[in-house]
Ligand binder design. Sequence first.
Ligand SMILES: NC(=O)c1ccc[n+]([C@@H]2O[C@H](COP(=O)([O-])OP(=O)(O)OC[C@H]3O[C@@H](n4cnc5c(N)ncnc54)[C@H](OP(=O)(O)O)[C@@H]3O)[C@@H](O)[C@H]2O)c1
Length: 342
Amino acid sequence: MRYKLLGKSGLRVSELCLGTMTFGETWGWGASLDESEKIFRRFSEAGGNFIDTSCNYTEGTSETFLGEFLGANRDSFVVATKYTLTKTTSTDPNSGGNSRKNMMRSVESSLRRLRTDYLDILYLHVWDYMTPVDEVLRGLDDLVRQGKTAYIAVSDTPAYIVAQANMLAELRGWAAFIGLQAPYSLNRRDIERELLPMAKHWGMGVMPWGVIGGGVLTGKYDETDDESPKRYDPARMTVRERTRAIIDAVKAVSEETGHSRAQVAINWVRQQQHQAQIVPIIGARTVAQLEDNLGVLAWTLTDAQLQRLSEASAIDLGFPHDFTPGNPYIYGATYDLIDKRP
Ligand SMILES: NC(=O)c1ccc[n+]([C@@H]2O[C@H](COP(=O)([O-])OP(=O)(O)OC[C@H]3O[C@@H](n4cnc5c(N)ncnc54)[C@H](OP(=O)(O)O)[C@@H]3O)[C@@H](O)[C@H]2O)c1
């Protein structure tokens, strides 16, 4: 395991982050306490220090398990949690969302479950399209000043909101977002349009989730003879034609390299560092899956393999990406610009 300075911060995180949405069986498809502990310990043994959870994962069980596993070693880990989400059955209008009220309440309960008095990273989990950006940023900055979180980051939020927030933070001397979380995989590349260029522009680390499409990219829903337990009910899963072509490319590269399909999918994401700084979040329901996924640290895809996978999964970036490059009305006649910015 190697380490990265996350975004523009001085925080040193392992090059893979451990996702803990699988810790606990409350949602019907996670890992028991015992298996979760094995996953956590194996990740730590491999040198992983970066752990991702949320106030709502498995209805709080994920944070509770993590609090137990961290124990006296809490300071050696970079613990990231999130606030925003509530229970779908809640009738309290303030129990979810991005408001300062929910933020403060949620952080206190996360700290209790995690058995710690500080977070390393607090994410805003999902943009609620209601709370003013300055209310959010000022609240998050207060939490940093109070020492309840060392850094702040943002997840599942439009690029224009994140950019406004970072500009506001810069102008007002508030803490700014050091990282971004969003879905990114061979099967889901839409963040290449706005969010990844935005993250690169602002020097934010990107922690992609769903890098193997919740398991779909391993082909386990595509092959009827695969009897292993799965997160989604196979009877209700429809694998689209486009996804099937991507799974085929993953299979082909897996056979060529002798590495698992999960590793191929993770490494494609891990090797998109030209798009932005990428620290993939690895999800595992069993320690065997984690072991497999950690295998990515030992190898990389060749340029030809990357190209094959990228071609099979290509998306249309659309406007303005297809409008500006090479436009003679912007750049004038051909000339040698030797100091070209990306
Ligand atoms: N910010 C957000 O909104 C957000 C959303 C989702 C997740 N996350 C974070 O990202 C983490 C990862 O997300 P994710 O679990 O959706 O992503 P994922 O890594 O695409 O999927 C993980 C699932 O794939 C299967 N799997 C894992 N390794 C495998 C392997 N080697 N071979 C075959 N199957 C394998 C397991 O499901 P089976 O049960 O099918 O075996 C596992 O639970 C979460 O734990 C969480 O921390 C964040």
